[in-house]
Design a protein around this ligand. Structure first.
Ligand SMILES: NC(=O)c1ccc[n+]([C@@H]2O[C@H](COP(=O)([O-])OP(=O)(O)OC[C@H]3O[C@@H](n4cnc5c(N)ncnc54)[C@H](O)[C@@H]3O)[C@@H](O)[C@H]2O)c1
Length: 434
């Protein structure tokens, strides 16, 4: 019931299905039961409507996994400490499904992952451990089952293409790729999604669907790296990268605009490409584009700090001891998701240089505890006087709630990583782009 699962459940519910939202996090389940939504960009109303319909329940009780006819898995697929795929969430969920699996059920994996995961990781768990008792300690210890994929149960992969905060598309309108473990599984999965989304695109295997999702994300990662590299170069040449991208984008074919920024963020683009890198090692091949794009994008926060340091220098100040306000914690505008956000890294780097750092984000009142970051900061309210009190305002995310004119009028110095100040009148020397 996360960023992917909850909107997907809403789509199935809207299509008339009876729905059960499973999650291991009791806090999420409690909120859903009380009609509240923890993902602010989705709003609360639909949760109340779903609860009132009598066709929605939220639960942590995984014994109920034998109730649904179709089970869609949307759990995290992060990287481990050495940038290797961490499939533990997928494995645990497959294991929970396997305990309850009954004839006739369809299981679909939606988590982004390397090609082969559905067949090589999920299928053996379902086939080996199906129907086993909770006390069995390992999958190997479980009894083999008579349940066979394509005959008794069905298994497919369908990548999630959700883009939280995007107004132009919803789960219902984004075409849904589906690849089955076999022809019967594909048919069952296509039938399921066709009942809820506008367009279903069947592909010949789960591996094609898994690879297509990775290609989409790697395409973004590589193009963002390209434009970030161009940004650094064009800045040296005194050319405005944003104007260049907009100019190139007037070509009606063969070019798609990507914009530079302070680095990659979110649960997908910084992570998913490395799932393929890991898989490529299995066949002894390098993924040079992915590595290079990763290297360039990961360098961006350092570049921003270097520009900020130079900007303060121009005002006869050092980073050490300066008061800096970071605008925007979320990794992209108008959402409340800070996973992998470059703002976290920017703040940590500035603190390491002994700056005094605050942040403002209208969507994130305080920074939650995270696995890799321990920043106990709360969003400060902004006003003309507050803005004027900082040595530098660092624009990290261009939320639409920001009043750029007020910021330009009152800040002493602005470092802008999003190009928003290009169209706002400001005093000479006040804005540095990074
Ligand atoms: N967020 C996006 O924009 C997006 C877009 C496309 C694809 N994806 C992919 O979708 C997958 C899910 O991402 P997300 O952003 O929804 O993650 P998320 O962290 O928002 O949600 C995952 C949910 O799964 C729950 N969970 C963890 N282990 C579980 C288990 N064993 N059983 C049941 N629930 C469990 C967590 O409590 C959480 O609520 C990932 O593979 C991600 O790469 C995400």
């Amino acid at each position: 019931m996360g960023y992917v699962g909850l909107p997907l459940l809403r789509t199935f519910h809207a299509a008339g299905f009876k729905t059960i939202g499973f999650d291991i996090d009791p806090a999420k389940v409690d909120m859903l039961r009380s009609g509240r939504c923890y993902l602010r960009h989705l709003g609360d109303d639909f949760i109340r409507d779903m609860a009132a319909s009598g066709r929605f329940v939220a639960t942590c009780d995984f014994q109920r996994l034998n109730e649904p006819d179709a089970i869609v898995i949307c759990v995290p697929t992060p990287l481990g400490r050495h940038a290797e795929p961490d499939l533990s969430f997928v494995e645990q969920t497959a294991d929970a499904v396997a305990r309850q699996l009954r004839p006739g059920q369809l299981v679909v994996l939606e988590s982004t992952t390397y090609p082969g995961t559905t067949r090589e990781v999920v299928l053996p768990i379902l086939e080996k451990a199906a129907g086993r008792q909770p006390e069995a300690k390992t999958i190997a210890a479980a009894q083999p089952t008579a349940l066979r994929c394509g005959v008794d149960f069905f298994l497919a992969f369908s990548p999630e293409r959700e883009d939280p905060g995007r107004k132009s598309h919803s789960t219902q309108t984004i075409p849904k790729l589906v690849g089955g473990i076999d022809a019967e599984s594909l048919a069952a999965a296509v039938a399921l999604y066709e009942a809820a989304v506008q367009k279903v695109v069947a592909v010949s295997s789960a591996e094609v669907a898994e690879s297509a999702k990775l290609l989409e994300n790697i395409y973004r990662c590589v193009n963002i790296a390209l434009v970030n590299e161009m940004k650094v170069l064009l800045e040296r040449l005194g050319i405005d990268i944003w104007e260049v991208v907009d100019a190139a984008a007037t070509k009606p074919f063969g070019f798609q605009a990507f914009y530079p920024g302070p680095g990659l963020g979110g649960h997908c683009i910084p992570i998913d490409p490395f799932y393929l890198t890991w898989k490529a090692r299995e066949v002894g091949l390098p993924t040079r584009f992915i590595e290079l794009a990763g290297e360039i994008n990961q360098h961006m926060p350092d570049y921003v700090i270097q520009r900020l340091s130079g900007a303060l220098n121009g005002h006869n100040k050092s980073v050490k001891g300066s008061r800096i306000l970071v605008l925007g914690m979320a990794y992209k505008p108008d959402i409340d998701d800070i996973r992998e956000s470059p703002s976290l890294e920017l703040i940590e780097k500035l603190l390491a240089l002994q700056a005094h750092v605050d942040y403002n984000d209208p969507h994130i009142p305080q920074i939650p505890r995270m696995r890799r970051h321990r920043l106990r900061l709360k969003s400060v309210d902004i006003s003309p006087a507050v803005l004027a009190g900082y040595d530098c305002i660092l624009i990290a995310t261009h939320h639409s709630a920001y009043q750029w004119r007020e910021i330009a009028d009152n800040a002493q110095l602005i470092v802008d990583t999003r190009g928003v100040m290009r169209k706002v009148p400001h005093a000479p020397g006040k804005v540095v782009f990074a």
